[in-house]
Design a protein around this ligand. Structure first.
Ligand code: IPM
Ligand code: MG
Length: 354
């Protein structure tokens, strides 16, 4: 098949990791006889440097006409002085909103080879852990109004959700749970927040359409604890934008490293935005030591969800497992007896295993 993929390398380690993911996707194209056209655009700080804004209109247009978008990471000290409305992160939020990708899939599994990198006791992770965190991505306190009082001593961030926003996200969660282990846990703070009460009400109503799915509700503080105490209890978790941001970083600790975690953001159609869940890691940029696997695995999600290429997606995932089995590790997941490799070499090893 032919596909046009916009790449947004972004800032600091972003270009290094995206380069490796493209290398792997090119290996897939060659092996399976596809033609992927990569259209690279500046984003975040890199875009501020070129266009004076973190997401240019023409970049968003390119994304909205592509089959899929692969992003690296944005932000960093170089642009910390930039006014809040033009920060690199603002570009990422505008991209998510502009592409209307409201459903953010953040899978958390433990690669058995990396169990040693997981800070939890072996008996806690002896049961299989396979969690899909489904984070709402275009609403919540992330997109509410923000303001300061005139004397600047008081700040407000508005949190809002509509029934429609909750329902479209929850529906995807129920559909996923049906195809997985049939369990859905909705995480909120309904003992305090009105948004959460609307969230729970909406999920509860929808649950009647999915009698085969076992639904549970958890407050976010308890969920944060349960993820550590008994992560194997979770199948699909649905939650709002802010809680999902926090819980997905927590789940990354379970998986061993933030560097391993891919994500997919989807809207109504098949077009999606794919990015690792980690940031731009300014401290390790330019040293060829970043872990590209989160981005490479995001590439697998891209093939699966946007291009419908399941075998090819599985081939990337298998290649990553093979390279890990052979003992190759980037610095963040390094352990005794393994072979330390840099970002470029890790990408090459995965590409060669396709
Ligand atoms: C993430 C990141 C972003 C978010 C930041 C960079 C705006 O933490 O993708 O999890 O909060 O969504
Ligand atoms: Mg985050």
């Amino acid at each position: 098949m032919e596909a046009r993929i916009v790449t947004l390398p972004g800032d600091y380690i972003g270009p290094e990791i995206v380069k490796e993911a493209v290398k792997v996707l090119e290996a897939v194209a060659e092996k399976y006889d596809h033609s992927f056209h990569f259209d690279e655009r500046p984003m975040g700080g890199a875009s501020i440097d070129v266009y004076g804004e973190p997401l240019a209109a023409e970049t968003l247009d390119a994304c909205n006409t592509a089959d899929a978008v692969l992003m690296g990471s944005v932000g960093g000290p170089k642009w910390d002085h930039v006014e809040p409305s033009k920060r690199p992160e603002k570009g990422l939020l505008a991209l998510r909103k502009g592409m209307e990708v409201f459903a953010n899939l953040r899978p958390c599994t433990i690669h058995p080879q990396l169990a040693g990198a997981c800070p939890l006791r072996p008996d806690i992770i002896s049961k299989p852990i396979d969690i899909m965190i489904l984070r709402e991505l275009t609403g919540d306190i992330y997109f509410g109004k923000r303001w300061r009082s005139e004397d600047r001593t008081k700040a407000t961030d508005e949190m809002a959700y509509s029934r429609e926003e909750v329902e479209r996200l929850a529906r995807i969660g129920f559909e996923m749970a049906k195809k997985r282990r049939g369990k859905l846990c909705s995480v909120d703070k309904a003992n305090v927040l009105e948004c959460s009460r609307l969230w729970r009400e909406t999920v509860d109503q929808l649950s009647h359409e999915y009698p085969e799915v076992e639904v549970s509700y958890m407050y976010v503080d308890n969920a944060a604890m349960q993820l550590i105490l008994r992560p194997s209890q979770f199948d699909v978790i649905i939650t709002g934008n802010l809680f999902g941001d926090i819980l997905s970083d927590e789940s990354a600790a379970i998986a061993g490293s933030l560097g391993m975690m891919p994500s997919a953001s989807l809207g109504k159609g098949t077009r999606g935005l794919y990015e690792p869940i980690h940031g731009s890691a300014p401290d390790i940029a330019g040293k060829d030591i970043a872990n590209p696997l989160g981005t490479i695995l995001s590439g697998a999600l891209l093939l699966r969800h946007s291009l419908g290429l399941e075998a090819e997606a599985a081939a990337i995932e298998a290649a990553v497992e093979k390279v890990l089995n052979e003992g190759y590790r980037t610095a963040d997941i390094m352990s005794e007896g393994c072979t330390k490799v840099g970002c470029t070499q890790m990408g090459t090893l995965v590409a060669e295993s396709i």
